[in-house]
Design a protein around this ligand. Structure first.
Ligand SMILES: Nc1nc2c(ncn2[C@@H]2O[C@H](COP(=O)(O)OP(=O)(O)OP(=O)(O)O)[C@@H](O)[C@H]2O)c(=O)[nH]1
Ligand SMILES: [Mg+2]
Length: 376
């Protein structure tokens, strides 16, 4: 299961954002000390293409793509040296595939700020620095273990050479994602689960009044842009309250507050993209399902995501791109919600040559509709 860890200073609104995303109703208050397990929530990835396929096929069962979000304890200054509760949670950060880094923008006299003032750029740097020092600790340990050995294999010597360069880089308080690594090097380092190599999206947690140009957030937004990191603004508390309402009530409130669109869907979507994920669909009368692959995975990988038998006995993949399918659907004569429309459209795709037969190495494209032909 792909995981997205929610990190940030204590009391910046991580659990609030977790609730917005998962609608789970986790406790929003200072992280209880003694708590050893983070809150976890599975989230369906909103995808209008998936919704459309469900509408066309009217299946008995629907299974959207999912991502797990993990709500972690706050990382304080010096967490990498053992300070604060967040330190014991660094291991949960390392098991995450991507990070949502929450930064506090809201002013609230009832909620103490660990650094005693709201300063988003400083706060973001504090947490980033802790991640850098945690990675440096991992590099230091590995290097001292390797240099303690009487003799190193050629592979170990090469590893030491690279690690020393990374050590210098980290000592300049730079994240590893800013070090030019080849794909091969990245692969060789994957076992270390470096925190500063993980893709990161910064969530600016705002109060409802904080709209338009915000001088206090611009330095951080500019710094992130320069680093090629994405950021998203979100009204944490407000969206959490909205998430707990029934849809009609929610729509009414949003109209009153002149909010056009919730940040939730955008955030989940962005996280999915950040994870380097794509979706392919299987669709029929029984089930419409979205499956998750890493961008670049091939047709056998798609088969294996469904079942190992399908990968083992793989013959061919029948593929039609979602957009092509919809074009042909639109030419069809079935009224909306006619249960026959899905199958009929598939047949039309085959007749018109839009449906392709692809081999094992075919790189699956986001939005492909796939049926695997196999033989075991
Ligand atoms: N006014 C305002 N208050 C907020 C906002 N987001 C969070 N809070 C409040 O800040 C407090 C802490 O929020 P949490 O979501 O628990 O923060 P956290 O980062 O999970 O805290 P720890 O887990 O203890 O590190 C709560 O009292 C929230 O109601 C916001 O956008 N505006
Ligand atoms: Mg919390």
């Amino acid at each position: 299961m792909l995981k997205c860890g929610i990190i940030g200073l204590p009391l910046c609104g991580k659990s609030t954002i977790f609730n917005v995303i998962t609608r789970a109703g986790a406790e929003v208050k200072p992280y209880a000390s003694g708590k050893t397990e983070p809150n976890r929530g599975l989230v369906s990835v909103p995808d209008p293409r998936f919704d459309k396929l469900v509408e066309i096929f009217e299946p008995k069962k629907v299974t959207p793509a999912t991502v797990e979000f993990v709500d972690l304890a706050g990382l304080s200054r010096d967490a990498s040296k053992g300070a604060g509760l967040g330190n014991s949670f660094l291991s949960f950060v390392s098991e995450s595939d991507a990070l949502l880094h929450v930064v506090r923008l809201f002013e609230n006299a009832d909620v103490p700020h660990p650094e005693e003032s709201v300063d988003p750029l400083r706060d973001w740097r504090i947490v980033e620095t802790e991640l850098i020092y945690r990675d440096l600790g991992v590099v230091d340990n590995r290097l001292s273990r390797l240099s303690d050995k009487k003799k190193n294999t050629p592979a170990e010597s090469a590893e030491m050479e690279l690690l020393k360069k990374l050590q210098d880089h980290l000592m300049e308080e730079l994240p590893l994602r800013e070090y030019p690594l080849t794909d091969e090097q990245k692969k060789s380092l994957s076992g270390f689960a470096f925190l500063t190599l993980k893709p990161e999206l910064v969530v600016l947690n705002l109060d409802e009044g904080q709209t338009g140009p915000l001088p206090q957030v611009e330095p951080l937004e500019a710094a992130l842009r320069a680093k090629g990191l994405g950021s998203a603004r979100l009204f944490g508390s407000l969206e959490m309250d909205l998430a707990q309402l029934e849809p009609e009530e929610q729509a009414e409130f949003m109209k009153d507050l002149s909010i056009e669109k919730l940040g939730r869907d955008r955030l989940i979507h962005e996280a999915y993209r950040l994870l380097g994920l794509i979706s392919f669909f299987t669709s029929g009368k029984d089930e419409v399902r979205a499956w998750t692959l890493h961008s670049g995975d091939n047709a056998v990988g798609a088969a294996g995501a469904i079942h190992s038998d399908l990968a083992r006995g793989f013959i061919r993949a029948q593929v039609v791109a979602y957009d092509d399918f919809i074009k042909i659907y639109a030419q069809g004569s079935y009224p909306p919600n006619d249960p026959r429309a899905g199958g009929a459209t598939m047949t039309a795709c085959r007749d018109k040559g839009t449906l392709r037969l692809e081999g094992k190495e075919y790189p699956v494209q986001d939005g492909d509709m796939i049926e695997i032909r196999f033989n075991v």
